[in-house]
Design a protein around this ligand. Structure first.
Ligand code: NCD
Length: 309
């Protein structure tokens, strides 16, 4: 596996293998503590991040590897006018694997041409976020025991939310998945996903405006933040930002085993009173993100079979 740019770069079998490996790491993390000795991960973040960057670094450190990188474009030579391609070309001389995040959609694909080492997209604009998707799939598998026969509600900014776009694509390959999109009309799921994915594959989906109208049907509700940085107009952001605030009242009629997910960061989308409810799984996602990235790094470096048994 030389790159991971789009969640569809992975076959269902490869996803299954990554999830199994992550589960084995969870059961016995010590077994993996030296797998990446002498390997270097570079994290190049041209856009802000807390969880994604730190979980990549934590994952590599937990495998006995080392990390280097930058956490904002302003501390890299991109401020001098260097192209992304040249930056990646350079950094691939200093590292064994690269995770990059960039505000421009498609930037990792362009950078891939010059990378001499495996490259992971850690988020490109409003487009894709495949490692969040792996995190989400591991969480769903651990909580529900399956990745098929599920009704999933995506709520919030479905237009700009790359975590939604990537998870939707990945889930579209499992059988009997029903998608429910809950958003104000300005933040509807993009047309290209409706046409080229949902309709092309004849998937079961509907679009609604209110959580209360559908909560009873859902196995999963996936909340998202309104993506302030992708708006052209501050007024629109202010008008839309608090459209959905999930509180205990709104989930009163949910299935008992509903799970509430959120890629985080949360702004106001989930009231803190929900945090201690057994249905809340968003901090489990954070924890799972570390394990699945350990599995991914090992697999991309072809070290998944190097573990002492
Ligand atoms: C998300 C992202 O960066 O797309 N965060 C994350 O990586 N966990 C979601 C967001 O920023 O809203």
């Amino acid at each position: 596996m030389k790159y991971l740019i789009d969640p569809m770069d992975l076959s269902v079998k490869e996803i299954d293998d990554l999830i199994s490996l992550a589960q084995d790491i969870i059961d016995d993390p010590k077994k993996y503590q030296n797998v990446c000795q002498n390997k270097i991960l570079a994290t190049l973040f041209f856009e802000p991040s807390t969880r994604t960057r730190l979980s990549f670094e934590s994952a590599m450190l937990s495998l006995g590897g080392k990390v280097l990188g930058f956490s904002s474009a302003s501390s890299s030579s991109s401020t001098k006018g260097e192209s992304v391609t040249d930056t990646i070309w350079t950094v691939s001389c200093y590292s064994d694997i690269i995770a990059m995040r960039h505000p421009k959609e498609g930037a990792p694909l362009v950078a891939l041409k010059r990378s001499k080492v495996p490259l992971i997209n850690a988020g490109d604009g409003g487009h894709n976020h495949p490692t969040q998707t792996l995190t989400d799939l591991l969480t769903i598998k651990r909580e529900k025991g399956r990745l098929d026969n599920l009704t999933i509600g995506f709520c919030g900014d479905l237009k700009f939310g790359r975590t939604v776009h990537s998870l939707l694509k990945a889930m579209s390959r499992y059988s009997n998945i029903k998608f429910v999109f809950i958003s104000p009309k300005e933040l509807n799921i993009p047309e290209y996903l409706k046409k080229d994915l949902l309709e092309a594959k004849n998937l079961d989906y509907k679009e609604v405006h209110k959580i209360e109208d559908v909560i009873e049907e859902l196995d999963i509700i996936y909340m998202t933040r309104v993506q302030k940085e992708r708006f052209f107009n501050e007024q629109d952001y202010i008008r839309l930002k608090d459209t959905y605030i999930l509180d205990l009242k709104k989930i009163e009629n949910s299935k008992k085993d509903l799970i509430i997910m959120h890629p985080l960061p949360r702004v106001n989308e989930i009231a803190t009173e929900v945090d201690d409810d057994p249905r809340a799984k968003y901090f489990d996602q954070v924890q799972n993100g570390r394990y699945i990235r350990m599995a991914l790094i090992m697999t991309m470096l072809e070290l998944q079979n190097e573990v002492e048994k």
